[in-house]
Write a protein that binds this ligand. Structure first.
Ligand code: ADP
Ligand code: MG
Length: 631
């Protein structure tokens, strides 16, 4: 037997297809394997990952890795992707007021508004006509606070709410006879202005509801009797409170909560005709993408140094220069993708570590060089394995060949390779000629958006949130899934999962999500991120790759790449494509592997011939154009 391995080194994963061929030329695929790409794609550091993936494939096939006679590496697309995020608004509190504070355990329920009064004040100094919101410093314990509330109420005062420094809201609520909303854990209580009109709202606890008066600009206007001009000014306050279970708003003499735009630098997009278009990043994603489309094909993109995005573009350029040994100036950024997002941020000047939702722009970049130093990888592999290593075939061409092993496909066809760093597309026409394109923005960008929008601050957890549906553990035996269906469990869940939001893993396992977000909130953020990246990029890629630049002419579209393994990305993309009348589905490489292994499979086929795997002969120029041995 002669064994031939196809190896696809991607940004994220290294995939292997292993083929065994007997003396008489007959043969079959004997195994496939996957290992994470070690090091930056296209560098010598990839060698250990390739060896590992090859060893796994050999083991499954029941042979020694030294029994592999030929390794066929693809000429990896000389592109790498990177992502960054730039916050473009900030909410600033110039005087002391509170917005967006959302303690985990407020007390009582409802909306109350009155004048802020220190709970230790002398009642003689106040008139009973004015409703009162008490401010309870940490020096006053919950029992004393509850007693004082009752005393004042008995004396004829209308007590309508309380703001408490300690985590005592529930304790006070349990002891007083007056039913009022109570917000606690206000660390900087001394900074809260006294004698000002103050409103406190707490949503009903059991129902999972959020506040609905103070999160609405007209609700705040009603409470404080604001003019239309004043109502304009409090919009950032209302926006910061959306989704909260409790809130405090204090009216102070000046408009003291302000939403500012942070200058985030400018992107300079250069087209191939030598024109430059400048777009301020804080103009938002739509303007950036418009400029990219108008400048297509993009020759290079530059970002202002000092900004996150400028820093990311320079970093990507520098690492690619290092990898290829080329001058930094020779490295080009051939595409950027921008998405508008909202990120929770701590408010500048806050009293109780309040958060507000700020606008941000997520950006992914595609860095391109002439060629990756694949020779070095091949040489490293030959030294390590003592087998012949060929560099053969362009990545996109191999992906098309591999995809065509999907039952029911034929050419002309387009493929979408939904990866981690890039979304790639290729089109094979009637004659078998292939054209391809690489766009920035793929799985890593989705993960980054989920990470920052949900305030996860942990890439691994964000990656898990991306890949798995969320659910709520209602009690030890009941799980409420995203779509509302309730399943009953045979075995009780771990007690620490009780009442928690979890991720449902493929093997039936559950992972707790240690963030304060509802199942609905997670689902909404996750699906929007996927749509904004993958649906947008599918449209962009297919429009650019089809000969007439008209996506509607496409007969078949097949999705490959590991992001096509996702439980909802293929369906989101297919749904969007259906509106153009395109049949778009997930590949099933070699009738068995789903969207996996397309490039590795294509590499083997281009080497051993189409055999029984394809309905047509592989055009010679597809596989041999780049064939060269390293020996
Ligand atoms: P590349 O070819 O660039 O190495 P891949 O095709 O391996 O990229 O795709 C990597 C991307 O696929 C990552 O963003 C990763 O999060 C995503 N991914 C991997 N497995 C799954 C899965 N089971 N469900 C959803 N996404 C996945
Ligand atoms: Mg890939």
């Amino acid at each position: 037997m002669e064994y031939v391995a196809g190896v696809d080194i991607g940004n994220s994963s290294t995939e292997v297809a292993l083929f065994g061929r007997s003396e008489d030329g007959e043969g079959e695929f004997v195994s496939s394997a996957l290992y994470r790409t070690t090091g930056l794609k296209g560098t010598k550091k990839n060698v250990p990952g390739v060896v590992n993936a090859l060893s796994r494939a050999a083991e499954t096939a029941g042979i020694e890795v030294s029994g592999i006679d030929r390794v066929s590496l693809n000429e990896a697309a000389p592109v790498i992707g990177d992502v960054a995020m730039e916050t473009i608004t900030e909410t600033v509190i110039t005087e002391s007021t509170m917005i967006g504070h959302d303690p985990s355990t407020p007390g009582g329920v409802g909306l109350g508004s009155g004048i802020g009064v220190e709970i230790t004040a002398d009642p003689e100094r106040f008139a009973t006509e004015e409703p009162i919101v008490f401010l309870v410093p940490e020096t006053v314990d919950f029992a004393a606070a509850a007693a004082t509330i009752d005393d004042w109420a008995e004396a004829g005062f209308e007590i309508v709410g309380a703001i408490v420094q300690r985590d005592d809201a529930v304790l006070i609520d349990n002891r007083t006879d007056v039913e009022i909303p109570i917000v606690d854990e206000v660390a900087g209580l001394e900074k809260v202005p006294r004698s000002q009109p103050t409103a406190v709202e707490v949503a009903p606890e059991s129902t999972g509801k959020t506040i609905d008066e103070l999160s609405n600009p007209y609700g705040i206007a009603t409470v404080f009797d604001l003019s239309p001009e004043e109502t304009q000014k409090i919009i950032p306050v209302a926006r910061a409170l959306v989704g909260n279970k409790s809130a405090v708003v204090i009216e102070t003499p000046q408009g003291d909560v302000e939403e500012r735009t942070i200058p985030a630098g400018e992107l300079e997009i250069l087209d191939e005709r030598g024109n430059t278009t400048g777009v301020p990043v804080d103009d938002g994603a739509d303007r950036i993408m418009e400029a990219v489309t108008d400048s297509w094909p993009v020759a290079d993109v530059r970002g202002e140094s000092g900004s996150n995005i400028g820093g990311m573009l320079n970093r990507a350029r520098a690492s690619m220069a290092e990898v290829t040994g080329q001058a930094v100036e020779a490295i080009e950024i051939r595409d950027v993708m921008a998405v508008d997002t909202l990120v929770p941020q701590q408010v500048e000047g806050s009293v109780a570590e309040e958060h507000s939702t700020e606008s941000a722009v997520a950006l992914a970049a595609m860095v391109k060089t002439q060629q990756l130093p694949m020779d070095q990888i091949a040489a490293g592999l030959e030294a390590e394995l003592d087998t012949e290593v060929l560099i053969q075939g362009v990545e996109a061409n191999m992906a098309v060949l591999g995809s065509l092993t999907t039952p029911g496909t034929d050419h002309p066809l387009a493929i979408l390779d939904l990866g981690g760093g890039s979304t790639d597309a290729a089109y094979m026409d009637e004659s078998g000629a292939i054209d391809s394109i690489h766009l920035s923005g793929a799985g890593d960008m989705v993960t980054m958006i989920i990470d920052s929008e949900l305030g996860v601050d942990d890439r691994d957890l964000a990656e898990a949130i991306k890949k798995h549906p969320a659910a709520k553990i209602e009690d030890l035996y009941r799980v409420r899934e995203e779509d509302g269906t309730v399943s009953f469990l045979d075995e009780p869940v771990e007690p620490e999962l009780f009442g928690r939001t979890v991720l449902l893993e493929d093997d039936g396992g559950m992972q707790a999500v240690p963030i304060d977000a509802s199942v609905e909130g997670i689902r909404r953020t996750r699906r929007r991120a996927k749509r904004k990246v993958f649906v947008a990029n599918a449209e962009r890629a297919l429009n650019l790759i089809t000969p007439t630049r008209s996506i509607r002419r496409l007969p078949f579209v097949v999705m490959v790449g590991r992001s096509a393994l996702d439980f909802e990305i293929p369906e989101l993309v297919s749904e969007a494509m259906a509106e153009y009348g395109i049949v778009c589905g997930r590949a099933n490489v070699r009738s068995a592997l789903g969207p996996r292994n397309a490039v590795a499979t294509g590499l083997v086929l281009s080497h051993v011939g189409s055999g029984s795997y394809l309905d047509f002969e592989i055009p010679a120029d597809l596989s041999t154009a780049l064939e060269r041995t390293t020996a």
